[in-house]
Structures are given as structure tokens and as C-alpha cells.
Ligand binder design. Sequence first.
Ligand SMILES: NC(=O)c1ccc[n+]([C@@H]2O[C@H](COP(=O)([O-])OP(=O)(O)OC[C@H]3O[C@@H](n4cnc5c(N)ncnc54)[C@H](OP(=O)(O)O)[C@@H]3O)[C@@H](O)[C@H]2O)c1
Length: 245
Amino acid sequence: MPEKQSVLTLITGADKGIGFETAMELGRLGQHILVGSRDKSRGFRAVKRLHQQRIKSDLMILDVTSAASIRAVADRIRNQFGYLNILINNAGVAFDHHESALTMSIETIRRDFDVNFFGLIQVTQAMVPLLLKADHAKIINVSSNMGSLDLASDPTSQFYNVSSLGYQASKAAVNSATITFSKTLAHVGITVNAVNPGYTATDFGGRFGGTQTVQQGAARIVSLARDLDSEVTGTFSENAGKLPW
Ligand SMILES: NC(=O)c1ccc[n+]([C@@H]2O[C@H](COP(=O)([O-])OP(=O)(O)OC[C@H]3O[C@@H](n4cnc5c(N)ncnc54)[C@H](OP(=O)(O)O)[C@@H]3O)[C@@H](O)[C@H]2O)c1
């Protein structure tokens, strides 16, 4: 009998923070983790730590803003494995530190969009042909409650007075892409969902007062990713449940 194929999972920005914790937890559940990292030495250290836990993993040097880098990773996955089960679009940045929308430079907003939105779109487009080769496949977009238009426009929400235009708009765009891709891919059985990890004490979230542990930050992503048979698609959720778009 042919050996059963491992569940193969690519996580962008997986060398630290929520991405690395997600890699560790899904790896412990038996998934084979492709660690997306644009920093070679940090990527090697991440894979070494996974190997120490006997987790099957490979380093994929991946800068989500580089078309050549994305192409090279897609080629390598095609040649080495021939399929992909799960894509977790986790890489994210916030170059706008709560600056006023009136004075924030367009360049800063573009840099947020380059990683959070255009990078996510380009990685997704490159990986869909590989996801189509798997029996079950899913895309999980790591978004943010800061991208919720409903919360930003609700005077009773803590986000009503938050202003971080580049980050918020780029994550709102991620949510929009989640809805669009979920409908586009529904007929081929690829689910697409967005997740808010919550305020987490990483290099990223710590700057803004994030207090959750990385385990708490990764929990909703892990629960979606471990349930390969789930047909849930087109949702935005967090540990506490469903979020408004
Ligand atoms: N932490 C929070 O409170 C919080 C809350 C809501 C949403 N999120 C979202 O959660 C995700 C993970 O954030 P985190 O808190 O774990 O942050 P983190 O510790 O800073 O990790 C972010 C990861 O993304 C990578 N990355 C950035 N630009 C990249 C690029 N161009 N190509 C490939 N990788 C790139 C980073 O690599 P480099 O170090 O090389 O840049 C790093 O590995 C992000 O999408 C973030 O928006 C976080």
C-alpha cells in the first residue's frame, strides 16, 4: 500500500510569533510544516526547533512581497511534494504606528498593503494550483479585529476611536479577499476563512500592548487548520466566536 500522504501546511512569516507557535502546534498534531521565512538564519533556527520536537518541517525562504520568491516556493513545493493541503497567510506588518490619517505618508500605507494584502493575494494565487491537487484544502487568512469595518464604525466598540489607516484598511482588504476567494473556490472544495488572533505579546503586538500568549494567539488558527474535513468557509472569527466584517 502507498504511504499515506502527510497533511502539508505552508505558513508565511512562520519563524516567530503567532506563525511559529501555529507551526509548532500543527506539527505536534502530525502536520508537515513548510516554514515560510524571509530571514534565512531565523528560518533555520525555527526549523531546528521543530525538528527537536520531531516535527516534519522544511524551510521555505519566502518574502511575500517578491514575485520571484513566491514563484520559487511554489515550484519547490510542486517538485518536492506535488500538492499542498493548507495555506496559512500569516505574515503581517503595521508600519503606521497610530499616525493621523491626515499626515500619514502614502508610502507607509503602501508598505502595509504590500505585505498584508498584495502579498497575501499573490501567495494565494500561486498556491491554489497546489491546493487543488490535495483531497482536502483550506486557506486561513490571519486578519485582525482592527480590519473590521463594523467595529470601526460602531460608537460602542473599543475600535471606534482607533486610527491606524494603513493597517486597518489593509486588513479590511484581507477580509474582502477572504469573502471573494471563499466564493471563487467554493465549487472546488477549498475553504477560505479569516481569523483575528487577538492582542498577542509578539514582536508585533507587544508594541501595542498585546497581552495574550502566543498559544492564545494561535488557538483559533490551529482549531480551523486541524479540522481538515470542515466545510466552514467565508467566515471571520476569533477564540470567542464569530466577528462582524
Ligand atoms: N500580535 C497581535 O497582537 C496581532 C493582532 C491581530 C493580528 N495580528 C496578525 O497576526 C499575524 C502575525 O503577527 P505576529 O504578532 O506573530 O507578528 P511577528 O511576531 O512580528 O511575526 C510576523 C511575521 O511576518 C513576517 N513578515 C513580515 N513581512 C514579511 C514579508 N514581506 N514576507 C514574509 N514574511 C514577512 C515577519 O518576518 P520579519 O521579521 O522578517 O519581518 C514575521 O516572521 C500578522 O498578520 C498580524 O497582522 C497580530
